[in-house]
Design a protein around this ligand. Structure first.
Ligand code: SF4
Length: 301
């Protein structure tokens, strides 16, 4: 099949645009979308230190490559990468992330559950089973990432979050009836490093293609503790529906953004954890944040 814009051979078909694109036009289209997202949200400004949350997988590796190309020559914006090692044997290999980062000449910093909390995710799972592994992992990783980022003077956290991730999250919150998450406002919270998601409007398969075209040595292994039955179901439903209605994922992401700007969103706020001093949503109550609650539970407090 020929590229819709030139005579070269196409490497991808975009159902939502009706376009077949060759490698050159795919790259151009992909990077234009990511740059537009950054511009639209004013995600990167002069003076920023942007840290990629680098797991070593395809999405975060792709965002590191993209931002390196975009910011590499700029003197007014600093780029770095941070990897958190949760301690999952055979899955998380911080060395892979280090090699990716160093290969692009991007400064790299790492932190581990073992050093920060005195326990690895493998040990948590051995004690608690796999049922809540993603909850423990997510809460502790976010808290640790945020702490390291602040120590490094990071002003923006870049995630490889893509259109599929965004649409799945909105639909999952709808199915759970989780109004608090759907309407949590997008605003700056003291002590919480803001997140940016340059690939928010780009489908997962295109992010994967971009990673395959540009990055060598990213991690293809899946986490052995990934359970997420609801996310798996939602992914299946959305993929099937989007085949017939190609704009659906995009519409869901835009719906999520609109809900975060409503009056309902204006009422929800952030406070500070009484124990560790980290920011936390007020609805968590109890005076201590989720990470401290999880650590109490693990220590049998
Ligand atoms: Fe952590 Fe769950 Fe992701 Fe595995 S799948 S790295 S346990 S959040």
């Amino acid at each position: 099949m020929q590229c819709s814009k030139c005579r070269r051979e196409a490497i991808v078909y975009q159902r939502y645009s009706g376009l077949h694109l060759c490698e050159q036009h795919f790259n151009r289209d992909f990077e234009a979308k990511a740059k537009r997202a950054i511009r639209e949200h004013h995600w990167i400004e002069s003076g920023d230190t942007v840290a990629v949350a680098l797991s070593g997988g395809k999405d975060s590796s792709a965002v590191l490559f993209f931002l390196h190309g975009l910011l590499g020559e700029r003197r007014d914006v600093r780029l770095m990468a941070i990897t958190v090692d949760e301690g999952i044997a055979g899955y998380r290999d911080p060395d892979r992330a280090r090699r990716l980062s160093e290969g692009m000449g991007v400064p790299w910093v790492t932190a581990s559950f073992r050093d920060a909390y005195g326990i690895t995710l493998d040990e948590i799972v051995a004690r608690k089973g796999t049922g809540l592994s993603c909850t423990y992992c997510g809460v502790l990783r976010r808290a640790l990432m945020n702490r390291v980022a602040r120590e490094e003077g990071v002003t923006k956290f870049a995630y490889g979050f893509n259109l599929d991730d965004g649409a799945q999250s909105v639909l999952m919150n709808v199915l759970r009836g989780d109004a608090a998450h759907l309407t949590r406002p997008v605003r700056e919270v003291e002590g919480l490093v803001p997140r940016i998601r340059p690939f928010l409007y780009i489908p997962e398969r295109e992010v994967a293609l971009y990673a395959f075209l540009h990055v060598e040595g990213f991690d293809l292994a899946g986490c052995p503790y990934a359970v997420g039955a609801l996310r798996r179901d939602v992914r299946g439903i959305l993929d099937e529906y989007t085949y017939r209605h190609p704009a659906t994922k995009y519409s869901l992401v835009r719906l999520g953004e609109a809900l975060r700007r409503t009056d309902a969103a204006a009422g929800s706020g952030f406070g500070v954890c009484e124990r560790c001093g980290e920011p936390m949503p007020v609805k968590e109550g109890k005076g201590i944040c989720r990470a401290c609650q999880v650590l109490d539970e693990l220590r049998g407090a």
